[in-house]
Write a protein that binds this ligand. Structure first.
Ligand code: SAH
Length: 340
């Protein structure tokens, strides 16, 4: 078992289980996440009998960095996992900090028409440690600290719910990597039962919903999940989330040329979101060679933005990152698989 997959509570239980004091877990966390040692032997304030036991029960194996692509303000990593599977993580340098986009699954079964990740179907969920290590390894490689984490890489976080929540516990822990909950964003294509479960947890983590269309007809064409959980169910779950948590929600909206970027779409979107404490994040589409969709022009995005603003919707346009480094979700992995 890889030790980077253990939450602090689990590690405390482990120590109690082997007849040790539970504060040992905090000591070990300190070595793993504050001092960042690479072996149990370096944990010098932990007695030898305990480190020997730790070595029997856990490993500290890392991921293999297969490829790094560096662009302006963006660093894209392709990792190889123990079983040879591959996932990506992308580090983006913002003026407010360093944000890492983390993958949660190998491939994805959600089947969104515009998305590169879903072209390669889900092979498996990522283990918690495989998410934690994406972060640790990027920090070590670039010699910087990550201040924000977005769960927007390959995969659907709410299709790997338990491991994702444990990942959040580990990076959020004050004794661990200590990334503030409000600096963590989990993004879902709209898995309604899991939105409800997430609501009940009352975490301070941000929730983002991939909306991409203001009505069922269009959304079902773009996103298979909409046939299972149509818009009214998603919106109902979001309203409940807002009521219970008093937080805001971000709606992501990819701008696809001639598909979902008309004035009518903007007006329909504004009326769908009217009165909600919500933000719309307009996302310039990252074109990929495998999929026919084209990106909406900058002018047209700003026109769409203006319509939303006029209708009193909070809206931002996402800064474009990494089109020069194949940053479209899942693109590095699928290029690699094709030998490019
Ligand atoms: N499955 C989750 C999280 C991963 S996708 C979700 O759907 O939210 C993260 C975001 O990237 C989603 O909003 C997704 O629709 C978007 N995305 C996918 N492909 C993209 C592309 N080529 N260009 C821009 N954004 C893309």
């Amino acid at each position: 078992m890889n030790i980077y997959g253990k939450t602090l509570n689990e590690l405390e239980d482990y120590f109690l289980g082997i007849g040790e004091k539970k504060f040992k877990a905090i000591q070990v966390y300190d070595w793993l996440y504050k001092k960042r040692v690479h072996s149990f032997d370096e944990m010098t304030n932990v007695k030898k009998s305990v480190t020997e036991k730790l070595k029997e029960d856990f490993n500290m194996n890392k991921l293999n960095i297969l490829r790094v692509q560096n662009g302006k303000d963006v660093h894209k990593y392709l990792f190889e996992l123990d079983d040879g599977q591959k996932v990506e993580a992308v580090l983006m340098i913002h003026d407010y900090g360093n944000s890492l986009c983390v993958s949660t699954q190998v491939g994805c079964n959600m089947g969104c028409a515009f998305c590169e990740s879903g072209r390669l179907k889900k092979v498996r969920n990522l283990e918690t440690y495989e998410m934690v290590l994406q972060l640790l390894m990027v920090e070590e490689d670039l010699k910087l600290r990550i201040s924000h984490v977005v769960l927007m890489g390959i995969g659907e976080p709410f299709d790997n719910y338990d491991n994702v929540m444990r990942f959040i516990d580990i990076i959020n822990s004050d004794y661990g990597i200590s990334i503030g909950a409000r600096h963590i964003t989990v993004s879902t294509c709209g898995v309604v039962p899991k939105i409800k479960e997430f609501t009940r947890e009352k975490r301070q983590v941000n929730l983002a919903i991939s909306l991409h269309a203001p009505n069922d007809k269009l959304r079902s064409k773009l996103m298979k999940i909409n046939k299972v959980y149509p818009l009214n169910e998603v919106m109902e779950a979001v309203e409940e989330y807002l009521r219970v948590t008093n937080r805001k929600v971000t709606f992501e909206y990819i701008m696809l040329d001639g598909i979902n970027d008309s004035d009518e779409c903007a007006i329909e979107l504004a009326s769908l979101l009217k009165g909600l404490t919500a933000y719309v994040n307009l996302i310039p589409y990252n074109e990929t060679s495998h999929i026919g969709f084209k990106k909406t022009s900058k002018n047209k995005i700003m026109h769409f933005y203006d319509i939303l603003k006029k209708n009193k919707i909070n809206v931002t346009v996402r800064k474009e990152f990494g089109s020069e480094v194949s940053a479209a979700c899942g693109q590095l992995r699928s290029n690699f698989e094709e030998g490019k």
